[in-house]
Design a protein around this ligand. Sequence first.
Ligand SMILES: [Zn+2]
Ligand SMILES: [Zn+2]
Length: 422
Amino acid sequence: MTAVGKTLADEDVLETAKRILSEGYVCDNCLGRQFARISTGMTNRERGRLIKEKLRKRGLLEKEKSSEKCWVCNGLFERVEEWAWRAVAALRDYEFNTFLVGTRMSGLLAENEEMLWELTGAEYAEPLKSEFNREVGKILQRLLGKRVDFKTPDVLVLIDLNRETVELQVRPVFIYGRYRKLVRGIPQTRWPCRSCRGAGCERCNFTGKMYPESVEELIKAPVVEAFEAEDMILHGCGREDIDARMLGRGRPFVAEVVAPRRRTVDLRRLEERIRESSGGKVEVLGLRYVTKDAVEIVKNVKAAKTYRFKLQLAGKVDEQQLRAALEGLKGVIRQRTPLRVVHRRADIVREREVYDVRLVELGEQPIVELRCESGLYVKELVSGDEGRTKPSLSELLGVAAEVSELDVLDVEFELPASGGPT
Ligand SMILES: [Zn+2]
Ligand SMILES: [Zn+2]
């Protein structure tokens, strides 16, 4: 925003400028910046030089010695180019398209700026930080041929003037896909050891975890390698039990690739790598680049599920009886939080619907397929969970029943195509 009607030649502008300069040498940038909102179309440096010229013409300013150091920025604006080159060095190993420069001011410079504004008022001024960010940014655009993005830069170049360091904050890469878990006994994510809570103890063989591997870890290793990333976090669209397989077209998930040095990798090859390196335990399908908002969408969607499982029956049941009992499960189920999870979930009664159920195969252990609403606990639907789930298959049969060999066949959700690689 510019101050309407004001010009750099105004009496009060020159008065203020004179007052600033009477405190000691001030560089063109720092002087010009105090009047940034008065005229546009020039840099602060040009603006400062112009004001000094006007003052000199009126005999209000002596010739400056080139050895003097600006008391406001402490010579910072002579070092813009140097900082830009340091940023270039820090960015050397990173793939990115857009960036933004940020600055952590030192206490000294912040104080200087405050002192100056007490002297002049900050009405027309631009903060030191924003000029410095812009000027370093301009050089970087020129040197790297990359563009500044104020909203979601791939890399934030953070210049810390106190510690004299350049830090990078690299925006994560998000990839969406579906995973299949082809073996039982693997949790979705790392499970910290119950005894040591992850610190490492004898019980967990000093791994800090309950299970040696997880879907997340099996996917993570090749992803971290391909993206040269620091870490990867798996955001799943729900999770299956540890002893259940995830089959069919797989479970939707978003992988958040943390601090990647590469932002574009061949995702078909990555799928291949995951299959190989997991020893065929986990497969991922349809990997594609998505935006960050996919994480919340995938985590919060209520997806209907299809399960297949074997039935373990405590007594003799004939086909007719079984078919009738299964038919009786269709509709609304009242399910109190299962005993096995009540220690970590609120103890409430949920109503969930069974949409469809069918007997796939009769035998020693009949095989059943069941399609239901998100959030229904299938094991308890069969066992009855000591009367906490009603109706249940056990109750309808009058014979104790348990699920064995549970597989998830489908999670009914697909992320709409959007955005493209970012
Ligand atoms: Zn200065
Ligand atoms: Zn342990």
